[in-house]
Design a protein around this ligand. Structure first.
Ligand SMILES: [Zn+2]
Length: 169
């Protein structure tokens, strides 16, 4: 069982056409003609051949200049919508980058603070070690500027640095 409604399709095809029309409401191809009326002399319009032969029937009629103007306006509208969309996307990407930057800066600050605390602790330990060594050397035959003292300080510094390094990784 088939059902079809020609009236529905006819009325459906009579919608207003924006821009340059591709075919007439009757389904035929459109041609461009030149108006010879007093009101619109030499103005071009779209019309199918059947419409010119049978003027009582309803067929599509459209001025060429208006069709082109509306098509350009449509293009402009599309371009503006695209531009707005692009701008919104750019803004969201920018916000994302800024929030990531803030997160990264906070992490760097935290790490620096941690490193600074560790460095202070190790410096304190080093000072204690040096002070202890100095005290013991005052009672020994070595002078504080002797090679053994320098060697001890160097070992202590390396120890402190490696300690910091292992705490960081
Ligand atoms: Zn037609």
């Amino acid at each position: 069982m088939t059902s079809s409604s020609s009236s529905t399709s006819r009325s459906g095809s009579r919608k207003h056409v924006y821009g340059v029309p591709s075919k007439c409401w009757c389904g035929k191809a459109l041609d461009t003609w030149v108006s010879e009326t007093k009101e619109n002399p030499y103005r071009r319009f779209y019309r199918c051949k059947i419409a010119l032969q049978n003027k009582s029937e309803a067929h599509l009629f459209k001025w060429v200049d208006e069709a082109i103007l509306y098509e350009r306006l449509d293009l402009l509208h599309d371009f503006q919508a695209l531009s707005k969309d692009f701008s919104a996307q750019l803004q969201s990407q920018r916000s994302l980058l800024l929030s990531r930057d803030e997160e990264m800066m906070k992490q760097i600050k935290d790490n620096l603070l941690q490193m600074s605390t560790m460095l202070n602790e190790e410096t304190q330990k080093l000072k204690l070690v040096i002070a202890a060594k100095d005290n013991s050397h005052n009672n020994s035959i070595f002078t504080t500027n002797g090679p053994i003292t320098k060697f001890t300080i160097a070992i202590a510094v390396i120890g402190a640095m490696s300690s910091i390094y292992w705490k960081l990784i």
